[in-house]
Design a protein around this ligand. Structure first.
Ligand SMILES: NC(=O)C1=CN([C@@H]2O[C@H](COP(=O)(O)OP(=O)(O)OC[C@H]3O[C@@H](n4cnc5c(N)ncnc54)[C@H](OP(=O)(O)O)[C@@H]3O)[C@@H](O)[C@H]2O)[C@@H](O)CC1
Ligand SMILES: [K+]
Length: 466
């Protein structure tokens, strides 16, 4: 698991460390880390600095000083000369660093425009310099122009090949593209309590993924119920059921109008035309392709009343938005996972806004449910305040039917008894991994993503006896 801390928490921790270490030592440790990574990634020995008005610029200037001491030719543009970090600038000049009007003929640019204090897009003068760069960029702490707490970007911003950050990761490093992120230890760890966000790593997902043991049978792994699809949209039922079947060794019961289609594709699923005949399950997936008519509402009511965890997706979310009385069917102790994309979120709660973490938390709190807000960085919030983030490295998963697969995965993990937040987090990770594996550089339909689920699970599981 990788923890991420918001800037307010980082500053508080930094203040506590600064109270007991010599002035400037944190910055020099940070800058030494920047210089070390710069030497490693730069294709040549000419490095340029973009230096802003604060300590982020100070880091860049001190990094320039260390690079000069290694014989690198270093030039710097000062965006606000009177406010450039005084000691850093003096050290940089003394070491032979040159102050220039524009960066030309450099192999790497170090972005020290703005860091933790950055808000909004790059200002025009900084944007002008960034627009004319023709070398890769190493961002100090975070790529300038990206909000460090939300990853939001509204205009010109630095596109970093590498980001070197200090003490701990910040939300931007999981929510937005920061290139290859490197963490330099500056002694903050003892001052940091639990993180604000957590990113699951492959090993976490592998360790949590349910696999059958010697005493397991088809029931002990959990029975997933799928209430999805309709005569108009049978495909959603086929995809969600397939994902549930492939995710674990448990059983899957399908109930709905697409029973014939599901049976034809998945003979191992127990199919029935009506929710009332479905039999016992340990979790329900409700909504994909279900429709929003009275019959679909009745299905959702039945599922919410069943006393087992529910993953409510797609049309189920629309129905809950249109008719909040449907929530009354839910026993307050029944865990619910909601999986909205932005438009569904708007119907359910209102504007998502720039702060996707806050948006997911708001909905989790309002509905006392785990809320998985879909996006390039998917944010998953639990009502108890825990938040997971899962950033996709590619966008191949954004294709029709992909959400149906995700809800089937979540339902299957819920049925296996995983904590709902972990179920959603593990499913999201395997989902994007399956998309990457299936796509392998070319667009894919959701059925190809579905077929790659076993490979994705193999990829996250620790190597064990076959
Ligand atoms: N604290 C520590 O111990 C350590 C801190 N460290 C380092 O300090 C960094 C934080 O430094 P910081 O707080 O001085 O602010 P910083 O991010 O440099 O911003 C400077 C000024 O930029 C401006 N600005 C704002 N938005 C902007 C935009 N979009 N585009 C352009 N400009 C914009 C705004 O200026 P103003 O509004 O006043 O004109 C703001 O005041 C941190 O990220 C890390 O690198 C490390 O050395 C480790 C030890
Ligand atoms: K920066």
């Amino acid at each position: 698991m990788r923890g991420l801390w918001t800037t307010a928490r980082v500053r508080a921790a930094e203040d506590r460390v600064l109270a007991r270490v010599p002035a400037g030592s944190l910055m020099r440790r940070a800058a030494f880390g920047v210089a070390t990574v710069a030497l490693e990634v730069s294709a040549g020995r000419r490095i340029g600095l973009l230096v802003g008005a604060g300590n982020n610029g100070g880091d860049a200037l001190w990094a320039g000083y260390y690079l000069r001491r290694r014989g690198v030719a270093v030039s710097a543009v000062l965006l606000d000369p009177p406010r450039a970090h005084a000691e850093g600038l003096a050290a940089f000049r003394k070491a032979g660093g040159r102050v220039v009007d524009r960066l030309t003929d450099v192999d790497l640019v170090i972005d020290g425009i703005v860091g933790l204090s950055g808000r909004g897009p790059l200002r025009p003068d900084a944007a002008e310099h960034v627009a004319h760069l023709d070398a890769p960029v190493l961002a100090v702490d975070s790529p300038s122009g990206l909000d460090p707490d939300t990853g939001a970007v509204h205009g010109p911003a630095v596109h970093a090949a590498v980001t070197v950050t200090f003490g701990c990761l910040k939300p931007v490093h999981a929510l937005a593209d920061c290139g290859d992120v490197r963490l330099v230890d500056i002694g903050l760890t003892p001052e940091l309590a639990g993180p604000d966000l957590v990113e699951l790593e492959v090993s976490d997902v592998g360790a949590a993924w349910p696999v059958p043991g010697p005493t397991d049978d088809k029931y002990t792994q959990g029975v997933t119920g799928v209430a999805a699809g309709s005569a108009t949209y049978p495909g959603a039922a086929v995809l969600a059921t397939g994902a549930a079947l492939l995710a674990t060794s448990g059983m899957v019961r399908y109930a709905g109008a697409a029973a014939e289609d599901v049976r034809a594709r998945w003979p191992e699923a127990i199919c029935t035309g009506s929710i009332t005949d479905a039999g016992r399950v340990q979790a329900w997936v409700a909504g994909p392709g279900l429709g929003t008519g009275l019959g679909a509402e009745e299905v959702l009511r039945t599922v919410l009343d069943a006393g087992v965890p529910v993953c409510a997706d797609a049309d189920a979310i629309t129905m809950l938005a249109n008719n909040p009385d449907l929530w009354d069917a839910r026993d307050p102790d029944t865990p619910v996972v909601l999986t909205p994309h932005d438009r569904e979120y708007e119907r359910l709660v209102g504007e998502v806004g720039d702060d996707r973490v806050a948006a997911a938390k708001r909905a989790a709190d309002r509905f006392d449910a785990v809320v998985l807000l879909k996006g390039h960085a998917t944010v998953i919030a639990a009502p108890d305040g825990r938040v997971l983030v899962n950033r996709a490295r590619t966008s191949w998963a954004s294709t029709a039917g992909s959400g149906d697969v995700l809800s089937g995965l979540i339902g299957s993990l819920l049925a296996a008894g995983l904590d709902p937040l972990l179920a959603a987090g593990c499913a999201a990770k395997v989902h994007v991994l399956a998309a990457e594996l299936a796509a392998d550089g070319a667009p894919i339909p959701a059925s190809a993503l579905l077929n790659a689920i076993p490979d994705a699970i193999r990829a996250v599981r620790p190597l064990t006896v076959p």
